[in-house]
Design a protein around this ligand. Structure first.
Ligand code: HEM
Length: 186
């Protein structure tokens, strides 16, 4: 529950989650759809290396199609772009653990929502890597698809626990403070 006392920490929490999720997640989902659509999990079954290279290079691009189409139709490029964005997303999420730990007044439900989000992302990364290493079992790819829904759900839940307080509700918050902490109210 958001109160006057924990409002600042909830605002900070919203900023932290937004910072790593808002810009990246839509692109991860989009590139994931392209990966599934082109059967990209069969393109290369090594991770984190791309075959014997560290990353894709110009030899992996198909010159017979327009350059931009490589990002939607070239299954190798599509897979590598997707997994790179996914890994970056996970790294940024783990990096924010320290920032969230510093927020001492965060409500228990907001804190739990963060750990739920981290757990969903970790599981998703493991399932993603195993779809690359073992592209044949379709259940693995299916689990990764379900994992994406879970990550999105966890993110919406996390944002919901720290939604912005409408200034018109300040009166209610003051009322709550009066009941919860009469000394601070006076
Ligand atoms: C949090 C990070 C990630 C999210 C949210 C995510 C999301 C998605 C989504 C939405 C799809 C399309 C599923 C479908 O429509 O069937 C997908 C496909 C795929 N992703 Fe990810 N992904 C993430 C990380 C990764 C990572 C790190 C890897 C590899 C190391 C990976 C490998 C794949 C592969 C191989 C597919 C194609 C699966 C298939 O053929 O159905 N993903 N991902």
């Amino acid at each position: 529950m958001i109160t006057l006392r924990n409002m600042a920490d909830h605002n900070a929490y919203r900023g932290i989650v937004k910072k790593f999720a808002h810009g990246l997640l839509p692109f991860i989902l989009l590139t994931g759809f392209f990966t599934a659509g082109t059967q990209g999990r069969h393109a290369v079954n090594t991770f984190p290396m791309v075959g014997d290279k560290y990353f894709i290079n110009r030899n992996h691009f198909n010159n017979e199609i327009p350059f931009w189409k490589n990002f939607t139709e070239n299954k190798l490029v599509v897979q590598v772009v997707h997994r790179t964005l996914g890994s970056l997303f996970a790294l940024l999420a783990f990096k924010s653990i320290m920032d969230v730990r510093k927020l001492q007044h965060l409500s228990p439900i907001a804190r739990k929502s963060f750990y739920f989000l981290l757990a969903a992302i970790t599981t998703q990364i493991i399932l993603g890597i195993s779809s690359v290493w073992y592209p044949l079992p379709i259940w693995n790819a299916n689990m990764h698809q379900a994992g994406a829904v879970t990550v999105l759900t966890a993110l919406i839940f996390a944002i919901h626990t720290c939604r912005r307080v409408d200034p018109r509700h300040i009166k209610n918050l003051l009322g709550k403070l009066r009941v919860e902490d009469p000394q601070a109210f006076h």
